[in-house]
Ligand binder design. Structure first.
Ligand SMILES: Nc1nc2c(c(=O)[nH]1)N[C@H]1C(S)=C(S)[C@@H](COP(=O)(O)O)O[C@H]1N2
Ligand SMILES: [Mo]
Length: 203
């Protein structure tokens, strides 16, 4: 079959339209959105911790984290400022594998708060991170994740607005009850489903 450039372009545009949540536009750029300066934690001082109440229930050095099962995920991402980026390729450790590595097949609370270098936080229902839906990503597009995009490691939760994908994540804390994170306490939606345009509190 012969395809002209125009045909390919048009069919791609149509397919993309159904892939893109309401109010979003597609960009090939990868904008940087950070509420503060980019932290630069050296890998030999980096750890990822899993916290339940006052207890540490898991902790990995960079080396230990690299030894966990690594998963590649190709997903579309949607920022509340209305850009979407299609077919982004990430690598990292799924939350399922992280919990399994900590011996937590039965997680103890239904919500998580992600805590980051620099103080940023984002709250998430644990369920939204399970079954391969959430990743602690350390690679983007086949390369180590750039610091401005959250390197060494960020959360990736692509089915929610991208503010939930906390950059420079260092600690995941189980919560019995949902609490607002950084943007959520400043008026953003507590859940943030782009398909329901849950941008702000009350949407
Ligand atoms: N630690 C931290 N994570 C963060 C943010 C931030 O300011 N600090 N911004 C959020 C927002 S609002 C968006 S849209 C995405 C942007 O990710 P990017 O800069 O890689 O595009 O990161 C999210 N994660
Ligand atoms: Mo954002």
């Amino acid at each position: 079959m012969i395809r002209t450039r125009g045909f390919t372009g048009r069919s791609r545009a149509n397919a993309d339209e159904q892939r893109v949540p309401p109010g979003q536009y597609v960009t090939d750029d990868f904008p940087v959105l950070s509420a503060g300066p980019t932290p630069h934690t050296p890998l030999d001082r980096w750890t990822l911790a899993l916290q339940d109440g006052g207890s540490l229930v898991g902790k990995w050095t960079w080396e230990e984290f690299q030894a966990l099962p690594q998963t590649e995920l190709t997903v579309d991402i949607h920022c509340v400022t209305k850009w979407s980026k299609l077919g982004t390729v990430w690598e990292g450790v799924t939350i399922d594998d992280l919990l399994a590595a900590a011996g937590l097949e039965e997680p103890s609370a239904p919500h998580l708060m992600a805590h980051c270098d620099g103080g940023y936080t984002a709250n998430l229902p644990l369920e939204d991170l399970l079954d391969g839906k959430g990743l602690v990503a350390t690679r983007f597009d086949g390369e180590p994740l750039a610091p401005e995009h959250g390197g060494p490691a960020r959360l990736l939760v692509p089915h929610l607005y991208f503010w939930k994908s906390a950059k420079w994540v260092r600690r995941l804390r189980f919560m019995e009850h949902d609490e607002p994170g950084f943007w959520e306490s400043l008026g953003y939606h507590i859940y943030g489903d782009p398909w329901r345009e849950q941008r702000y509190d009350g949407d």
